[in-house]
Ligand binder design. Structure first.
Ligand SMILES: [Zn+2]
Length: 577
């Protein structure tokens, strides 16, 4: 079948990490034609300019006659078709960006995330597309897209937006498939990995079932897990009916790494509903040429992160004690971070493009993660929904309500819709909650909330420890300041990120040892003398240690739970009290 736009991917010398793309555009009518590459990719709210690795862009008409082509901005080209109805644009792509999950080619595979490699015609994003893959004969294709009947190397996409939300993995990889609800789930593993496919199938299926129970459906015909395994890899990206998950070596053999994989799987799968279908208005029809602003990433990513820890508990893969200990640690970390009192999660969402996704040593004082902070606010939101409704409402029920009211083909939702849903489910007005914790930076009231599920917080250690307010790391045998916390004494004394601490009170230290020494051997009020090397000059900075009351916590069951508390615990964690 002839499609208005066809790409041919020519993987003739993958060992060079380059390949060619030939883009055939049919039905050209206008006096000139623009083609462009997106400046960002779905799932990562940062301008990354993938056009930086595109070169040798040429154009010709359908008969092979060269056409004039001019670059008009960093990511756009203008072609003069001279009346041609068919234009072919050819270009070379250098693909060596595995870690950001955009494009990577070598002699074992090609991983292509469409928005980083396929040019598009900005006013023809709704045209149907075919992609022909011309690759070594023994390479196999994995992709969420349908393929031409009998030809897995010709992929079909109804629109450009679907193409760029369906990454392509082609190469030498291990693969297996399992069925759930009659729907095939392909698992493809690229990289050196030994794994137990039965265990993965069993555990993935439990996770998917626990999530489908919240939303009430499996909104795809087929799902593809693309796993990349290589040293140092981590993280994943959600797509329409597929995901790319990146794992370090031994990810399947080491139990703590395997737990990370389960959480990552729960996260990326959860996006199948939250973000890929239920999505904010601002992310419904995105502008691919610039930033798209929303103050709801805390819900897109934070709520998804909340569930990526909770779902493995409900699926029976993680013990509730482990989960509660992880929450307690997150509460401690949040309260230790001065930025918590500066940036709200709504601001963190809106400014993701220039702050959270463009890190600075001062982030700890000025930025919160819409993932981590968003997850804790989602936990507070869940407990508050339960508390205000005698456990009749919950975040599960709010998600189901939103999912049903805001189908993917609609305009998307806003914060007002979230508040409206919470208010309707509980009969309690949620405006103040959002003002305080989503748009404001008020301390999250965990101490008052766990009671709804028959739990209580107990401080592990109420003693006042000495506080220096530095984050340190060892670099080339030197103890280097990574960040200076604005609520500690080193900040006003003038210690800066990048300073090398040659000695403290006359002794040299490794980074971790210095922190332990301050904590265990010194007291609030004690004087600290730092010998610091900054821009090749020695200087001496002196100040007194302070204290900061921020205990770590145990979250434990109350002694005499009521039936209501037991019921809330059980519907929250999916097991008996
Ligand atoms: Zn995510």
């Amino acid at each position: 079948m002839i499609r208005p736009i066809e790409y041919t991917v020519l993987l003739e010398a993958p060992q060079t990490q380059t390949f060619q793309i030939r883009m055939r555009i049919r039905g050209v009518e206008s006096g000139h034609l623009e083609v462009a590459l997106p400046v960002w990719r779905q799932g990562k709210y940062a301008v990354i300019n993938p056009a930086s690795t595109i070169r040798s862009v040429t154009a010709e008409n359908g008969a092979g006659k060269a056409l004039a082509i001019t670059k008009t901005d960093k990511t756009t080209w203008r072609i003069e078709p001279n009346g041609a109805a068919e234009v072919v644009v050819s270009y070379t792509v250098y693909a060596n960006s595995l870690n950001d999950r955009t494009r990577h080619v070598d002699d074992t595979h090609a991983f292509l995330s469409g928005g980083a490699v396929f040019l598009y015609v900005p006013d023809r994003r709704n045209d149907a597309i075919a992609v022909h893959l011309d690759a070594p004969a023994d390479w196999r294709v994995a992709c969420g897209l349908k393929h031409e009947a009998g030809n897995p190397r010709t992929l079909l996409a109804p629109t450009y937006d679907v193409l760029i939300d369906s990454p392509i993995e082609i190469g030498l990889h291990d693969a297996f498939c399992f069925e759930l609800d009659g729907k095939p789930h392909d698992v493809v593993v690229w990289g050196d990995a030994r794994f137990d496919s039965d265990r993965i199938e069993r555990d993935f299926a439990k996770i998917i079932k626990a999530e489908a129970a919240i939303f009430g459906d499996l909104p795809y015909d087929r799902y593809v897990f693309i796993l990349h395994v290589s040293p140092g890899l981590r993280g994943g990206t959600e797509h329409l009916n597929s995901t790319v998950m990146q794992l370090p070596q031994r990810a399947f053999e080491d139990e703590s790494q395997y737990k990370v994989l389960l959480s990552l799987t729960a996260h990326e799968m959860f996006h199948t509903w939250n973000v890929k279908r239920l999505r904010p208005a601002a992310l419904s029809r995105v502008d691919l040429s610039k930033e798209n602003y929303t103050d709801l990433l805390w819900f897109c990513e934070g709520t998804t992160s909340y569930y990526d820890e909770l779902i493995p508990v409900r699926a029976g893969l993680v013990k509730p004690e482990t989960y509660l200990a992880d929450i307690a640690e997150s509460i401690y970390q949040r309260r230790a971070r001065p930025g918590t009192r500066v940036q709200s999660v709504a601001e963190s969402s809106f400014d993701a493009w220039i702050k959270f996704n463009a890190s600075s040593p001062d982030d700890v004082n000025a930025v919160v993660s819409y993932y981590d902070a968003g997850a804790l606010i989602s936990l507070v939101f869940d407990l508050e929904l339960r508390r205000r409704s005698n456990n009749a409402a919950s975040l599960d029920k709010l998600l189901r309500d939103m999912y049903e009211r805001f189908p993917v083909e609609g305009p998307g939702f806003t914060t007002r819709d979230l508040i409206e849903s919470a208010t309707r489910l509980t009969g309690f007005r949620f405006e103040h909650f959002f003002q305080r914790y989503v748009y404001g930076t008020q301390r999250l009231p965990f101490e008052d909330l766990f009671d709804v599920a028959g739990l209580e917080m107990e401080a592990k250690d109420t003693e006042a420890h000495s506080y220096i307010g530095l984050l340190l790391q060892d670099e080339n045998d030197a103890c280097v300041v990574r960040s200076v916390l604005s609520d500690g004494p080193a900040y006003l004394a003038g210690v800066n990120p990048g300073d090398k601490i040659v000695s403290m009170n006359g002794r040299s230290f490794k980074a971790a040892d210095l922190m332990v020494h301050v904590d265990r051997q010194m007291a609030p009020g004690d004087t600290v003398w730092l010998q610091i090397l900054r821009r090749n000059r020695m200087r001496r900075i002196e100040f007194n240690l302070e204290t900061k009351l921020n205990p770590r916590w145990n979250i434990r069951k109350v002694a005499a739970p009521t039936p209501e508390q037991k019921a809330a615990y059980s519907s929250w964690l999916g097991l008996d009290f």
